[in-house]
Write a protein that binds this ligand. Structure first.
Ligand SMILES: Cc1cc2nc3c(=O)[nH]c(=O)nc-3n(C[C@H](O)[C@H](O)[C@H](O)COP(=O)(O)OP(=O)(O)OC[C@H]3O[C@@H](n4cnc5c(N)ncnc54)[C@H](O)[C@@H]3O)c2cc1C
Length: 489
């Protein structure tokens, strides 16, 4: 979740960090995919792409594991559009496409269960902007082009309205709660950065209020922050319930959804063919909505990296405990560091804490390690932030995989050797609203409709590429140290 104003200390900081990360991971070597045989490039290695072990509170609360999976794909089939991946990107694309083209046969293949990826495991905060758009907005505001800046804000934040519509007009129950987010600062430099954010929001005609430490502690009595900025147009949700609500709508719209159907191989061509363990679908159009896992199929290798992020939740707090924390307004909180803390209340009043260092594993493996040291670190952080919660038990710990690019901006558009393979992802931890919006943009691309030029900065782009192992892993460790140092400034 990055937010980088232009011409502020943070821009040079982000540029520095992106540069550091890119240089460290790339080892100064420019990447190039060409030259590999197709069959090698688009085939997943044997074994599950995500060996899930940890126990995610959201997935449990949405009852995903209490229902049997949908049937898996069997035999050879044809479709007009095949979508791989049942997270928000795939589900939103499926819904938008099915409603635009009711006559087309759309098949969605999910490797495990719908919502098992980041979409069912995230913190459920609806954040404005597509990563990268904030810097553009700052530049426009600084150049006195405020109307254009407001348009960038509105168009890149449109995913919030899409989710609100699902809730208010289509009956999706995802514990939608309109709230103001609080964005905290630990150091004076971070405070100055938030002042820049506040000026930007004011120029856009949006209210963002700086809260001193005392004022912050009247909203949520948390230790260790100098103050916080309120972020406008926000809400929080139960992420897994959003995924299951979308699944229901997608199926009602006529999309055929198969679970437990991991795609093992993609054969590009005018008719694309995707193979699962027990079946195959041929279609003239393929949408890869596989985000952090895309490299397993050979696409965007080194360009969209799976970064592991851990979360914990406590047992439910009593009303008295929430009052003692002055948290009756229930505002979620995250801070402005690159390795930030994020905490919020769930609908049943548990405290969720997420964030800290991201982890990258050799060759982009998706690892779910019981007893990962980050769980211990998160437990310590929780007691430090809220000393009054020292005795509250932690009931759930889980990991999620964030599809991240080295410059933190996503990519939406064609990918691969033929222009009938589309992808959206790499939202870099800022994807709840963006994935919803990406689904609508993918529909427009399939329909051959031009996108508004505001989206040019993410359209059909090649994010910087890491060079491959062992340099990527080594570079990632180095970049982490640089980021930690920078976060302390
Ligand atoms: C811990 C955590 C906290 C976060 N918090 C926030 C937040 O508060 N706000 C915010 O805006 N963003 C947040 N994010 C980011 C957000 O969750 C993601 O950007 C978003 O969910 C991405 O959706 P997606 O559909 O692109 O990817 P995913 O939800 O990961 O979906 C990809 C799907 O593809 C399937 N798949 C992969 N490969 C194959 C294959 N070969 N065959 C078949 N299926 C396959 C996977 O099983 C998965 O279901 C967070 C992420 C994490 C991990």
């Amino acid at each position: 979740m990055s937010r980088e104003p232009a011409d502020s200390p943070s821009v040079s900081r982000r540029t520095f960090l992106a540069g550091a990360a890119a240089t460290a991971t790339a080892g100064g070597v420019a990447g190039f995919v060409g030259g590999q045989a197709l069959e090698e490039q688009y085939r997943a290695p044997a074994g599950p792409f995500f060996d899930q072990r940890s126990h995610c509170y959201w997935i449990e609360s949405a009852g995903i594991e209490d229902t049997p999976p949908l049937t898996s794909l069997q035999g050879d089939q044809t479709a007009d559009i095949v979508i791989v991946g049942g997270g928000y990107t795939g589900l939103s694309a499926a819904l938008h496409l099915a409603e635009r083209f009711p006559e087309r046969r759309i098949v969605l293949l999910e490797g495990t269960r719908v919502g098992y990826g980041a979409s069912g495991r995230n913190c459920g905060l609806l954040l404005p902007f597509i990563n990268g758009a904030e810097a553009i907005t700052h530049e426009l505001v600084d150049a006195d082009r405020v109307d254009e800046a407001r348009k960038v804000f509105d168009l890149t934040s449109a995913g919030t309205g899409l989710i609100q519509e699902l809730v208010e007009q289509r009956g999706v129950d995802c514990e939608w709660e309109p709230v103001e987010n609080l964005m905290g600062a630990v150091t004076p430099r971070q405070e100055a950065r938030l002042e820049g954010e506040q000026r930007m929001y004011a120029a856009l005609g949006l209210e963002a209020t700086w809260l001193s430490e005392t004022e912050l502690r009247q909203r949520v009595d948390v230790e260790g922050y100098r103050g916080a900025l309120t972020v406008p147009t926000s809400a929080m949700i139960n992420p897994a319930k959003l995924a299951t609500g979308l699944l229901h709508l997608v199926r009602a719209a006529g999309v055929e959804v198969y679970e437990d159907s991991p795609v093992l191989e993609v054969e590009p061509g005018t008719t694309v063919s995707v193979r699962t363990p027990r079946g195959r679908v041929r279609a003239p159009m393929l949408i890869l909505a596989t985000n952090a896992y895309t490299h397993h199929l050979g696409f965007l290798r080194g360009r969209v990296l799976p970064i592991h992020s851990h979360s914990i939740v406590t047992a439910p707090l009593s009303e008295a405990q929430i009052e003692a924390l002055s948290w009756s307004g229930r505002q979620p909180f995250f801070d402005v560091r690159s390795f930030f803390n994020l905490f919020r209340l769930t609908a049943d009043n548990r405290v969720l804490l997420s964030g800290g260092d991201g982890f990258y594993y050799y060759a982009g493996a998706a690892v779910d390690r019981e007893g990962h040291p980050d769980y211990e670190r998160l437990s310590r952080d929780l007691r430090m932030l809220f000393p009054a919660l020292a005795e509250v038990p932690i009931t759930h710990r889980w990991v999620g995989h964030v599809g991240t690019t080295l410059d933190f901006s996503p990519t939406i558009g064609t990918v691969g050797p033929t222009d009938n393979i589309l992808f959206a992802g790499g939202y870099s931890g800022h994807g709840v609203t963006v994935a919803m919006l990406a689904g609508r943009l993918l529909r427009d691309l399939v329909a051959g409709e031009p996108l508004d030029p505001v989206y040019d900065f993410v359209l059909n782009r090649q994010p910087p590429r890491a060079p491959g192992e062992p340099l990527t892993s080594a570079g990632f460790s180095l970049a982490k140290r640089l980021i930690r140092w920078d976060d302390a400034q």
